[in-house]
Design a protein around this ligand. Structure first.
Ligand SMILES: [Zn+2]
Length: 360
């Protein structure tokens, strides 16, 4: 057995003209690229990409639809097309599912260099070293390790500003949990160098949200690629991706995500509410359950300003529905990474405390 640790961290270019740096970054990987993504994402990115590549050595030889689901079948379909086989590198364009389909195709199936071009800032998929895959019918399948993130991430804030602000909003909600969950999981533990580094960086998963979150949503609504939106795009994509890569699964998530999985046993929550939206509510429950009342005070104004959920009614949940929710929350693996035993009473008390806090 070899005795070493390698760590690859995300590299990125950000800004309204981020694609102008594509020829400079990508040229050492060849001259022929194939762009793969969703229909809307490709339509948004194509004019910007063509403009940036005009007169350069790099040519996009084809634009391929990823198939609509992050499935291994779609990854095989993409990797099997003639233009994909001919390409020196893959430009993955779009949201999490399109990017994960491309990551699986490029890094696991075909070993081609891949670059990500997120068109929304909802998750860390553009920067993460894993592909979350589903069956063709949309049922979750497994998470596959790609070994490293994409070679480079091109974050075009003009395109992100022009996408629906719902994605940025849900991204803020999911990112909110990252610092509090990693800090909790690492507390009192002997952690490795890279885990310690990840936990420290994790504080940047919530402070910029409090500072820039509300204005970033306003900028996105106005289709404006301003500084606030750029700060949030970087936080949602790069900071979360970097923290996840460094801390690993045992420190990555716990109370907020466990309770989120619990809440999604209720059909109205599963159907009508986004992952990041649910996680943001659960983060407030985590803070009360862990006695961090001052942090609830700090976060609450942002939640109210951008209408993230702060009470059960916001998620269409009634108190008498919580039995199976809490049972499920306490059964998932994530909850075991807390340094103390989380009990049903503790979660229930925190939920009730949060309900009362709303009425203050
Ligand atoms: Zn999440």
């Amino acid at each position: 057995m070899s005795n070493f640790i390698s760590q690859f961290l995300p590299c990125y270019t950000v800004g309204p003209d981020a694609y102008e740096n594509v020829p400079n970054i990508c040229r050492r990987f060849g001259t022929k690229a194939v762009a793969v993504g969703g229909h809307r994402a490709l339509a948004a990115a194509k004019p910007e990409l063509e403009k940036a590549l005009a007169g350069s050595d790099i040519k996009i030889i084809d634009y391929i639809w990823y198939g609509g689901e992050a499935s291994i079948e779609n990854s095989e379909m993409v990797a099997g097309t003639d233009s994909y086989k001919e390409a020196d590198m893959i430009f993955a364009v779009g949201g999490g599912k399109a990017l994960d389909t491309c990551k699986y195709a490029a890094m696991i199936l075909s070993k081609k260099p891949i670059f990500t071009f997120p068109t929304i800032a909802a998750t860390c998929a553009p920067a993460s070293a894993e592909a979350i895959m589903y069956y063709p019918n949309g049922v979750a399948r497994d998470t596959y390790q790609c070994g490293r993130p994409a070679e480079h991430i091109f974050i075009n804030t003009k395109i992100i500003a022009e996408a629906p602000d719902l994605y940025l909003w849900a991204g803020i909600g999911d990112t909110m949990a990252k610092h509090f969950e990693t800090e909790l999981a690492a507390r009192g533990k002997e952690v490795t160098y890279k885990q310690a580094l990840g936990v420290e960086i994790g504080t940047m998963c919530y402070k910029p949200l409090v500072k820039y979150g509300a204005q970033a949503i306003d900028e996105c609504k106005a289709n404006k690629a301003g500084n606030d939106l750029e700060q949030i795009a970087l936080t949602n994509i790069i900071t979360t991706g970097t923290v996840s890569a460094l801390v690993g699964v045992t420190i990555n998530s716990n109370v907020a995500h466990s309770l989120c999985y619990g809440l999604t046993v209720l059909p109205q929550v599963e159907k009508n509410h986004l992952h990041g939206e649910i996680v943001s509510y659960c983060t407030l429950v985590l803070l009360f359950a862990d006695g961090q009342d001052d942090k609830v005070d700090e976060l609450f104004p942002l939640y109210k300003a951008i209408h993230l959920p702060t009470k059960l009614a916001d998620l269409e949940v009634k108190t008498d529905e919580l039995g199976p929710v809490i049972e499920k929350a306490l059964s998932v693996d994530d909850i075991k990474f807390v340094p103390y035993k989380v009990t049903a009473k503790q979660l229930m008390d925190a939920i009730v405390k949060l309900e009362n806090y709303n009425n203050k």
